[in-house]
Design a protein. Structure first.
Length: 421
């Protein structure tokens, strides 16, 4: 017969056993949780290290083979992409490797245009993916004279390029510019190209596709009609093979032969109203390049839609856009105040009344010779030594001037100024 003491003993033993089991399962659970936590941390660590290493490798590759000044390139191939739009494939004449560029960057060219007293300097965006290591490609639109001035000459550099032949040699500066897509980010992105402003955002799109990055990507491309629609087959192909890419083609002025639903998706301009209809939210990074009117309306519309400025990146192709964007880009720009600008070598001292958009424009108006290229702070052609005083910039410059020098094409005086010009 089992006595009370034995029952009590068994109960105590059972309780201890239960505690041990409970303890053990708690410990197991804790250990499992700890192991899982460590695995997640390790995965995160691995991903971070992987991304850091990739970024370091890219930077190293860029540094290893980037060049100073101008390097000779051969026009290897010319491919017409649409009416008056031609792609140029450049290969280095020295056959040395090409530095990797960041999608959105541009090249600066120094051209010897017949009849021009000085070399002509112009910037053109790289239009293909940085994964294509054997060539650089730029896509250039030949600029006709303005509609209201048909008697003027067509665009100097763009016409020169279109008239070049395969095999011709051209002087090129290394890729530069800060309007770049971060390929290490996985934030959903909206790429917007208007007209020939397609080029830098096309490079970004091609980079995402070439690297098979599953990042949600919207690509809005606005042109007048099928005649101006560059990269027609290429874009269709991308949309067909990459489920993460959403392509929206807008024709503002379609002709009868343009097919809605096949050639283009929207009759109208690229606009923020269109984004509101098509995008699930405004939580995207936006990259915009296009004609001044489009850039102005889209950047303004995005601000009104509540998109933070930090998520809106844009690039101007010319001085007109710079003028329009200046007040928004530089709230601390010099107030319209009278300063004296002295041009030491020309022996002129003139009052700056704040009416001109840049020191370059002011100098040209007063007959002072100053070289200039892109007129957007990117090529460095106008770099001028500052003897006294300082300047303020109207936007972030792609080219960084050396200490005690400035870029008059996008600068205004911060006070009285003496320039070496
Ligand atoms: C960072 C950056 C990237 C760029 N990327 C590209 C790109 O990928 N593709 C591209 O095609 N362009 C691009 N551009 C624009 C390019 O650099 C040139 O500005 C463009 O090709 C025009 O240069 P041009 O020498 O042909 O024309 P310009 O000779 O500078 O003339 C410009 C216009 O002015 C007109 N004109 C000439 N004289 C007069 C006059 N007296 N009065 C009124 N009008 C006149 C011309 O007919 C022409 O329409 C980019 C610019 C920048 C800054």
């Amino acid at each position: 017969m089992i006595g009370i003491a034995e029952i009590a003993g068994a109960l105590v033993l059972g309780g201890v056993l239960l505690e041990v089991v409970a303890d053990a399962s708690g410990t197991v659970r804790r250990r499992l949780f700890e192991a899982q936590r460590q695995r997640v941390a390790l995965d995160l660590f691995r991903a971070r290290v992987g991304a850091d290493l990739a970024a370091i490798r890219r930077e190293q590759e860029q540094r290893e083979v980037a060049w100073e000044g101008f390097r000779k390139f051969r026009i290897d191939r010319k491919v017409m992409e649409a009416e008056d739009i031609c792609s140029f494939y450049f290969t280095p004449h020295d056959r040395m490797p090409l530095p990797r560029f960041r999608p959105g960057q541009f090249l600066t060219f120094q051209l010897r245009v017949p009849g021009q007293p000085r070399p002509v300097i112009r910037c053109y965006s790289l239009s293909d993916s940085p994964e294509r290591r054997e060539y650089y490609r730029c896509t250039i639109k030949r600029l006709p004279p303005p509609r209201d001035k048909p008697e003027t000459l067509p665009g100097l550099a763009s016409s020169f390029f279109h008239e070049c032949s395969e095999g011709d040699l051209i002087d090129v500066r290394a890729p530069a510019g800060n309007f770049c897509l971060d390929l290490n980010s996985d934030r959903p992105v909206v790429l917007i190209g208007g007209g020939i402003g397609l080029t830098p955002v096309l490079s970004m799109l091609n980079a995402i596709c070439d690297a098979n990055i599953p990042r949600e990507t919207w690509f809005f491309y606005g042109v007048r009609n099928r005649h101006e629609h560059a990269m027609y087959e290429h874009l269709k192909n991308i949309a067909a093979h990459h489920p993460n890419i959403h392509l929206v083609i807008c024709y503002s002025n379609p002709t009868e032969s343009c097919a809605l639903g096949s050639d283009y998706n929207v009759h109208g301009w690229v606009s923020v109203d269109l984004f509101k209809q098509m995008l699930p939210s405004n939580n995207y990074e936006f990259y915009i390049c296009g004609p001044p009117a489009m850039m102005e309306s889209v950047t303004q519309g995005l601000r009104e839609w509540g998109v933070p400025d930090a998520d809106v990146h844009f690039e101007a192709f010319g001085p007109a856009t710079v003028k329009r964007q200046a007040p928004a880009a530089a709230p601390d720009a010099a107030p319209a105040q009278a300063f004296k600008i002295s041009f030491a070598r020309s022996g002129k001292a003139i009052d700056w009344e704040g009416e001109d958009d840049s020191i370059l424009e002011f100098a040209k108006k007063h007959g002072i010779a100053m070289s200039s290229g892109c007129r957007a702070g990117n090529c460095g052609t106008c770099e001028t030594a500052v003897r006294e005083g300082s300047v303020k910039y109207l936007l972030e410059t792609g080219h960084k001037p050396t200490e005690r020098s400035c870029l008059p094409c996008v600068a205004v005086p911060a006070g009285d100024l003496v320039l070496d010009a």
